[in-house]
Design a protein around this ligand. Structure first.
Ligand code: GLC
Length: 439
């Protein structure tokens, strides 16, 4: 399923500083040592002309993205078409699957065929290294250079690879712990307390299916427990550590004793959200998008829940994984100017503000979090901005998809009772080392 990149050093940035992350909007710096920007240079890519968006050829371009479950993407596209349709610019939304892995496969398939079907793609923050090293993306450095300081540093860093910027961050994410404040009166200070409260209440739901989401859910606990995925030089797996086994055992125990939702090992974001919205769980781990949907009239949880950043893993630390999506422009587009025009529209403060207010999609622009309408509506705005700024990147590598697959398949096997936590980490270790040898 995975295509390999070639000749590019894997670099991991597990520390906030190494990812260029800051808790505020002090972005715009190139990454420091160990950051994703230090990957081997990608040469020969097409470079965008920032002026091309001013008067591009007229016509319809296609924006490819994951399933628009909330309607957020469709709304922005409709606004773009309302604004520019009369002057001859239109955008069509092509929806891929809900699961990130399948979205990636759909895009990869088109790029391998040199298809011009997707002019612009909503690319998960973890795919930049692979797509850029395959030369599937326009180099957007000249467009981004003048405006880097508008973005929060951590999401900006996700488009930075080999010293260049390969996309434009438009949606960021650091997951929340959602909790029923009619059932839990003191926000738990540790993950262990979360599970104790969940056990006493109606349990916890998260993303336990074997796919990218489980890698996120697992690494949030593993990093908090003090674990890592790769060695600092990115050359070796360090997944098989006592801290990682401990984090996995903690999750396994939660499934075994019924604290985690029955069926959690098959749930992705949407299944978890629906379970939560039907009122069946006391806690849910999910991305910010589930906030606005949960508050909608008709759910069993509207007005009955709060969100908080993740607590500490007992005796160790706190961690969050950086999620989100970037606009990337395909090398095979016939209209890069119109593709850039759409990209530029998506990252206007007004659009980001609307997406945040209506759909609780976390902005990538620092200023939007401080907007008075935003702080009035969302008590968590400041905390979310900090979480996004401090969230940890997943390993930056052209073989990231294989690394992640080794994690989620083995973690899922342990959660499903098919392997012990220790054996699962041992197998993941072998598979990650194998993947690292392939480039
Ligand atoms: C969300 C995040 C993305 C992550 C995915 C996992 O879409 O934005 O970064 O990879 O969830 O399911």
């Amino acid at each position: 399923m995975r295509r390999l990149g070639v000749g590019v050093a894997a670099v991991i940035c597990l520390a906030v500083t190494a990812c260029g992350g800051g808790s505020d909007g002090d972005s715009g710096k190139a990454s420091g040592a160990g950051g994703a920007g230090d990957g081997t240079a990608v040469s020969g890519a097409k470079v965008i002309d920032p002026n091309s968006m001013n008067a591009p050829p007229k016509g319809t371009i296609t924006y490819c993205a994951g399933k628009d479950t909330s309607g957020a993407e469709g709304d922005v596209i409709a606004d773009f078409n309302a604004k520019y349709g009369a002057s001859g610019y239109n955008v069509k939304l092509l929806e891929f699957a809900t699961s990130g892995d399948e979205q990636r496969a759909s895009f990869v398939q088109r790029q391998e065929a040199k298809s011009s079907e997707c002019d612009v793609f909503s690319s998960d923050v973890i795919w930049t290294a692979e797509f850029a090293s395959q030369k599937w993306l326009y180099d957007l450095t000249p467009y981004l250079d003048k405006q880097r300081s508008r973005f929060i540093a951590a999401p900006l860093e996700t488009v930075h690879y080999g010293g260049k910027y390969w996309g434009v961050p438009f949606e960021s994410a650091a997951a929340f712990l959602y909790y029923r404040d009619d059932q839990v009166h003191t926000p738990p200070a540790t993950w262990q307390q979360v599970y104790a409260d969940a056990k006493a209440g109606s349990g916890i739901v998260y993303q336990g299916a074997p796919y990218e989401g489980l890698t996120c859910d697992y690494l949030e606990l593993a990093f908090a427990a003090g674990g890592k995925v790769l060695s600092d030089d990115g050359k070796k797996s360090e997944i098989n550590s006592p801290a990682n086994v401990k984090a996995l055992q903690f999750m396994v125990d939660g499934v075994k004793d019924g604290t985690a939702a029955n069926g959690v090992t098959t749930y992705m974001e949407e299944e978890s959200r629906r379970y939560w919205e039907s009122g069946k769980a006391t806690f849910m781990r999910n991305w910010p998008y589930a906030f606005a949907l949960g508050e909608k009239k008709g759910t069993a949880v509207a007005g009955k829940f709060k969100v908080m950043p993740f607590p500490q893993f007992e005796g160790a630390g706190k961690a969050a994984i950086l999620g989100g999506h970037n606009f990337v422009i395909s090398t095979y587009t016939k209209n890069p100017g119109a593709a850039l025009k759409l990209t530029d529209f998506f990252i206007s403060p007004d659009v980001q503000k609307t997406e945040f207010l209506d759909y609780s999609l976390a902005p990538t622009l620092a200023s939007v979090y401080d907007d008075p309408d935003v702080t009035k509506k969302y008590a968590f705005a400041k905390e979310l901005k900090e979480s996004v700024g401090q969230a940890q990147a997943r390993p930056v590598s052209p073989v990231y998809p294989q690394i992640s697959q080794a994690i989620y398949e083995n973690v899922n096997a342990a959660l499903s009772g098919k392997a012990s936590a220790a054996d699962a980490m041992k197998k993941a270790d072998d598979q990650i080392n194998q993947a690292l040898k392939t480039f």
